[in-house]
Design a protein around this ligand. Structure first.
Ligand code: CA
Ligand code: CA
Length: 235
């Protein structure tokens, strides 16, 4: 894990002098290359039969067939939360290459932005690359009080790629891209900023399985790299 300033030291000093230090742009990345999960950076949230293990220079996901309704294994940024009044970017390199599940089940690489303490995600946005019975999908889900109140999706033709998330506060637009496809979520701050605007947004990502028993091997679902670059503040 590395935490670095994304501007030069002299410029950083000047910026720090002019603004509160907590608003300085910060970048975090984890390449998951040393076979040991960095628990200083990540808090682990885990439920059901999905495991996520750092090995083979990545996070390997497995489901042991004992998955229940909505089993998951997520990593949550421990001491950092997005200040969503300012722009940020995040990216996750992923692979989700598994056979088609039954129509009532799916597996997903998910990136969550939680406006309130999650587990489950009660208020926020869930962004996902989903393996369903009819193929692979890029999707976002807007969740309020535990219910999905809106969503959008686009079909993907590749099983691996980089999931890119970019928040532009002035446009009030979340842009979500993977494997050459892009989705937008507009008016997030307009709709939710009044209620949740002062709270740090919690960042988490991982692998989820919905709909009951489902197995996949570690070599077929994995996360290789995580990068986060934005204005953050300690939680
Ligand atoms: Ca590590
Ligand atoms: Ca890696």
């Amino acid at each position: 894990m590395r935490i670095r300033r994304s501007v030069g030291p002299i410029l950083a000093l000047a910026i720090t002098a002019m603004t509160a230090a907590v608003l300085a742009p910060t970048a975090i990345d984890d390449n998951f290359n040393d076979n040991s999960l960095d628990t200083d950076l990540w808090r682990v949230r885990h439920e059901g039969g999905v495991t996520l293990r750092e090995r083979h220079q990545r996070l390997d996901a497995r489901a042991d067939g004992a998955t229940g309704f909505l089993s998951f294994h997520y990593l949550e940024l421990r001491d950092w939360g997005i200040n969503w009044k300012r722009n940020f970017n995040a990216s996750i390199k992923y692979k989700i290459d598994i056979p088609a599940p039954p129509s009532d089940r799916f597996a997903a690489i998910q990136f969550g932005l939680a406006f309130t303490e999650p587990n489950p995600l009660a208020n926020g946005v869930s962004i996902a690359v989903i393996r369903a019975d009819d193929g692979w999908w890029l999707a976002w889900f807007l969740i309020e009080d535990g219910d999905i109140i809106d969503f959008a999706r686009k079909r993907l033709s590749q099983v691996s790629g980089t999931l890119e998330i970019s928040w532009n506060k002035s446009l009030d637009r979340l842009s979500i891209s993977a494997a050459g496809k892009t989705l937008y979520l507009d008016d997030l701050y307009l709709d939710f900023g009044g209620e949740f605007g002062t709270a740090p947004v919690i960042v988490r990502f991982g692998v989820g399985v919905d709909g009951g028993d489902m197995e996949f091997s570690g070599s077929q679902v994995n996360i290789d790299d995580f990068q986060f670059d934005g204005h953050t503040r300690p939680r």
